[in-house]
Ligand binder design. Sequence first.
Ligand code: HGY
Ligand code: MN
Ligand code: MN
Length: 426
Amino acid sequence: MDTRSASRQGLKIDGQRLYHTLGELGQIGSYVDEETGLSGVNRLALSAADKQGRNQVVTWMRALGLSVTVDRIGNVYGRRAGVRDDLPPVMIGSHIDSVPTAGRFDGCLGVLGGLEIVQTLNANDVHTLRPLTVAFFTDEEGCRFGTDMLGSAVATGRIALDEAYRLRDANGCVLVDELRGTGFLGAADERLTPPHAYLECHIEQGPVLRSRGVDIGVVSGVQAISWHELTITGKSAHAGTTPMYLRADAGVAAARINLKLREMISSGQFGNEMRATMGAIAPNPGLVNIVPGKVRATVDLRNPSDPHMKDAEAAIIAFYQTVEECEHVSIRWRQSARTDSVKFDDSVARRIANGATALGLSHEPITSGAGHDAQEMSRLCKTAMVFVPGEYDGISHNPREYSTMEQCARGVDVLMAVALELADES
Ligand code: HGY
Ligand code: MN
Ligand code: MN
């Protein structure tokens, strides 16, 4: 069968249908954000909302005629047969789990964009030489069980399945039990057979593309990521009667570490693109008239340079010791996530740039500030990403997250053009 049927020339997805599907999935786990009055999304990994979202996407996969496979870490693969169905597929994927204060685009654009491509190919009777697989990976965000890109890291061998199964959330819930509870503890081998290529379309989640008026980001790679979980233990004491010199204030210790991160960045000693965040700061008992005896906190370091990242990690770990001595506290810390910087495949990135040009879209190379499943998949096969701009400075992990229908449709049109090229490679 000729795989290059004429109908694929100038093929475009249905942007309205894509946007509608994004809105439908965005209703699952939706809540009204107090601060903005906007509808946010809370589909924490393996929560009831995530289960509902998963079932919805699997229903859409099956309605498109995809054969669905669920593996032992809950990754879901929807496969569209190729003329040469024996060949490794081209895979399009991302995630549908979210942070608790999400918008409706992060991750979902990549998964629903893949389904929109399948629907467009079906509608135009386009057959590809290679199979096409649309995937969503378990717990990309990492904010519930403490380590990001979990499903794709297990699929590509960076994290062992039993290590993933033992992870616990802040309430002590064990990952494997939560996975079983969603009904997505599958039977398929979690170690993925390398696809021919992997593509991911994602919102930029930052201000660069929109501020430059660029339609498409050709993602060259992802910066290094390092997460620490800190347990700072001091001494709870009366806020009024305890003299300052007798205190072991875990709250001050956490504050000093947070300020140190800011000083490290302004020093320029770790390059001028380092980013650091103390996202979680939970004092205990957390009451107005008690010196906090314990603080659980997190440190999130990002740096496009691996050597600078290593230096920054060494510097902040040394500072933990300084704070222990000065504030008379103890600090236990755990490396909860760690990935080196990743460079994507030049040939696929070039195809994305050429695809954008052929569609009359402007494009620029960009390094991803956020982590993505693509960085894990790049260990298995040639991989690259398509970024679309976001409004409101590209804000993300916030209900204000917003990309227009045109921005989303353009990204998925480029994704489809490149996927079709790669799917015809023998
Ligand atoms: O944290 C990240 O970069 C991604 O959103 N999980
Ligand atoms: Mn994401
Ligand atoms: Mn995210």
